[in-house]
Design a protein around this ligand. Structure first.
Ligand SMILES: Cc1cc2nc3c(=O)[nH]c(=O)nc-3n(C[C@H](O)[C@H](O)[C@H](O)COP(=O)(O)OP(=O)(O)OC[C@H]3O[C@@H](n4cnc5c(N)ncnc54)[C@H](O)[C@@H]3O)c2cc1C
Length: 328
């Protein structure tokens, strides 16, 4: 497991962005894939893209396609907040499924035990597990430690929810109940300066709202964090049902089974991203483009109608709509 303080993602993106820029790889920004395109043999052959500002539609023709659209936290399943970025709306799962790819464990989502519960502006934002690993304890309204401090995510999230519901030991916030995470304990154990040195991003995030986590505990509640399920793939990261369609990252189903321990997603996106890239590049050498078709969408619509499913919902969702709570 690799980490760069609590800025690991930023470091990965900085390096990756430099590499993409230096190699002159074209990037089409603010443009989302809204449908996969197949050829007449049912093989993936590209995607319909939409410019999110102008709504202009574009066709990307491809010999192989890799889905790497990330997670689904912004679907706010069961009304939970999320640590995820705004694009995390399960687009890849919708696109792959409509093209005929199978989903694996799609119902399994991970709740990170410690999402910020206060202040409201950062409701659901991640409070990294490094905070607990450095010695901060979870504490209920009575000031009592209610679980082993280094339990796994699923156990810790369940314990917090239980404390706030069945056991009635939560603390009231504008967003519902929460428990304390005793951050000053970190400096008591590790010495003065530990927080600034080891978790500077956390310190900065709360400082922006006038909270000094070195001196005050913070309020936390579980937040939707990771999509365990997703598209089924084989050892080459290809979807077994749709040839030339590859997938990597959080959009893949079950790389960690139905649950996941902390810290290993960044490892899997690199390992499986490399595998998907190599496999797709290798395959593309032998693919000749055929006629493009969206016939699978018509077939999908017919199947949906036959099942009696009527809906006005447009999918993939691309971005959550926070202007009308009904649609979240
Ligand atoms: C706050 C936070 C901290 C984390 N910290 C850690 C950690 O320390 N260690 C660890 O191992 N894991 C961590 N994780 C989990 C890990 O970061 C993610 O699982 C991982 O980044 C997922 O990578 P990805 O490339 O699959 O997806 P993402 O990084 O989510 O990238 C998906 C990309 O696809 C784009 N996209 C989505 N839909 C479309 C579409 N329709 N068309 C075009 N583009 C689209 C998105 O905009 C995004 O740019 C953390 C997650 C969060 C939210």
């Amino acid at each position: 497991m690799h980490a760069a303080k609590d800025y690991t993602g930023a470091e990965i993106m900085r390096t990756l962005r430099d590499e993409v820029f230096n190699l002159g790889i074209p990037v089409v920004d603010f443009t989302a894939a809204i449908e996969l395109i197949l050829d007449e043999n049912g093989n993936a052959s590209g995607a319909v893209l939409m410019n999110m500002e102008t709504k202009e539609l574009l066709i990307a023709r491809a010999k192989t396609v890799i889905i790497a659209t990330g997670g689904a936290g912004r679907m706010h399943y069961q009304g939970f907040p999320t640590s995820n970025h705004y694009g995390a709306t399960a687009d890849g799962l919708v696109l792959g499924y409509r093209a005929g790819a199978s989903l694996l464990y799609a119902e399994t989502l991970q709740y990170h035990p410690t999402g910020a519960a206060y202040p409201q502006q950062i409701f659901g934002a991640l409070v990294t597990e490094k905070v607990r690993s450095l010695g901060a304890k979870l504490i209920n309204a009575d000031g009592t430690v209610f679980m082993h401090p280094l339990e796994t995510r699923d156990v810790a999230a369940a314990a917090i929810i239980r404390e706030c519901s069945d056991r009635g030991k939560g603390i009231d916030t504008a967003n519902g109940k929460a428990v304390w995470l005793d951050t000053p304990m970190i400096e008591m154990i590790g010495g003065e300066g530990t927080i600034e040195k080891r978790i500077p991003a956390m310190m900065r995030m709360f400082k922006g709202y006038g909270i000094d986590i070195r001196k005050e505990p913070i309020l936390v509640y579980p937040t939707l964090h990771y999509q365990n399920g997703g598209l089924d793939i084989n050892v080459n990261c290809e979807t077994p049902n749709v040839r030339n369609l590859f997938c990597a990252g959080e959009a893949v189903g079950g790389i960690h089974g139905k649950n996941r321990l902390m810290g290993n997603s960044l490892l899997d996106i690199i390992v499986f991203g490399r595998c998907a890239g190599k496999s797709a590049a290798e395959r593309s050498r032998s693919v000749t483009n055929q006629t493009l078709t969206l016939a699978h969408i018509l077939a999908y619509d017919k199947e949906r109608e036959a099942a009696g499913i009527q809906t006005e919902i447009t999918s993939p969702k691309l971005l959550p709509n926070y202007t009308n709570q009904k649609h979240i």
